[in-house]
Design a protein around this ligand. Structure first.
Ligand SMILES: Cc1ncc(COP(=O)(O)O)c(C=O)c1O
Length: 370
């Protein structure tokens, strides 16, 4: 297939890479299920019971396509964010929306700037449309907005990708730093601000940005705090003109009505969101305590996961990770140095974290032996 002449030259040039191997694929390979699923930053606490009821209520209507305008969900999101429905585009998770955004702005040879080792799905889309990635290093385990904007200026980039809070390190910037980054977006460029975890961060991390600023698009998701990763619902907030461009290329019937109903009910259950925030905060504390008890260093996190510094290099962290996976604990780790000295543990319920606490000492001992 690699050299199939029917493929476009661009596709023939791409590696057959998968940004993330899913836990189910790992389970099939190992021939048994994991004991704890702590690698994909899903919400193990589940969605709001009201969202589950909405899914059940929508199920008999599954013969109908979803509303191609996601009207009710967009209206509710607009009320929630104090903007107009025209400022919101609903789509198939941030991952899908990033793909559409890259398709809108990146043609062969165009430059997009990101951070080395940041959330890789953006790079995957840029490669898929023939763009060129320019990456700048993290500074002290944080994505570095000043460096990102400087590189964008030097290279004439069209897109700059910044995640706040960050995945895989869980670190974050305050609202003032993000506002400064928006003001520093070079002419001709657009900032993609990925806020997948923002509902789990301190309020001080979330800037009030004018919705009619054409320099920035904000990406949100129902996959993390709202616990609906499998429903595939995300949205972009931005200036109405930029948002309207998506209608030229988007998959108009890509949203399932079951997912639309689930997201609407989840948004309306802010009490559940508050409950999740405290569950996640408690889980972060517990993961940090388990790390410390094992002589490792947890990195402060504003997300639903904690990166744990294993105190050595990437090869050592990989051994710890392999030991955990072999013991039935699904976790992941950053891809590149120096962040790859860490393993990354998703917030879990007490029983999930008990399993992690039980298995970490053995995984560490084995990693130190070899
Ligand atoms: C930074 C970041 N952006 C986007 C996503 C994916 O979001 P979605 O499920 O909405 O596609 C993730 C998931 O891990 C993430 O960490």
């Amino acid at each position: 297939m690699e050299n199939d002449p029917r493929l476009t030259p661009l596709v023939r040039s791409l590696p057959a890479s998968v940004p993330f191997v899913g836990p189910e694929a790992h389970e099939r390979a190992r021939g048994r299920p994991f004991r704890a699923r702590l690698g994909a930053n899903e919400s193990l606490f589940g969605p709001s019971p009201k969202a589950i009821a909405a899914i059940e209520a929508a199920a008999p209507e599954a013969w109908k396509y979803g509303d191609s305008e996601s009207h009710d969900l967009r209206a509710a999101l607009a009320r929630h964010h104090g903007c107009a429905p025209e400022n919101i585009l609903v789509g198939e998770g941030i991952d899908g929306l990033l793909g559409l955004t890259v398709r809108l702005f990146i043609g062969p040879g165009d430059v997009a700037v990101t951070s080395t080792g940041a959330y890789p799905t953006f790079n995957y889309h840029v490669a898929g449309f023939g763009g060129r990635i320019e990456a700048v290093p993290y500074t002290a385990d944080h994505e570095d907005p000043e460096r990102l904007m400087a590189r964008a200026r030097e290279t004439g980039a069209k897109l700059v990708y910044l995640t706040n809070p960050d995945n895989p390190m869980g670190t974050w910037h305050d609202a003032g730093t993000i506002r400064d980054a928006v003001h520093a977006v070079p002419d001709g460029a657009l900032l993609l601000l990925d806020e997948a975890y923002i509902e789990l961060a301190p309020d001080s991390a979330c800037p009030a940005l004018p919705v009619d600023d054409p320099r920035v698009l904000r990406f949100r998701t129902f996959s993390k705090a709202h616990g609906l990763a499998g429903a595939r619902v995300g949205y972009v907030i931005g200036e109405a003109g930029v948002i309207s461009a998506f209608h030229r290329i988007r998959n108009h019937f890509g949203m399932s009505r079951i997912s639309q109903a689930a997201a609407l009910a989840a948004l309306q259950d802010q009490e559940w969101l508050g409950h999740i925030r405290s569950e996640v905060a408690a889980a972060r504390d517990r993961i940090a305590a388990i790390a410390t008890q094992n002589g490792l260093t947890p990195i402060p996190s504003a997300t639903n996961f904690v990166a744990i510094d294993c105190g050595s290099d990437g090869a050592f962290a990989r051994k710890v990770l392999d030991g955990l996976m072999a013991r039935g604990i699904f976790v992941r780790m950053p891809f590149v140095a120096p962040q790859d000295r860490c393993i990354r543990i998703s917030a879990g319920r007490p029983a999930d974290l008990d399993a992690f606490a039980e298995e970490l000492p053995g995984a560490l001992a084995d990693a130190r032996k070899v």
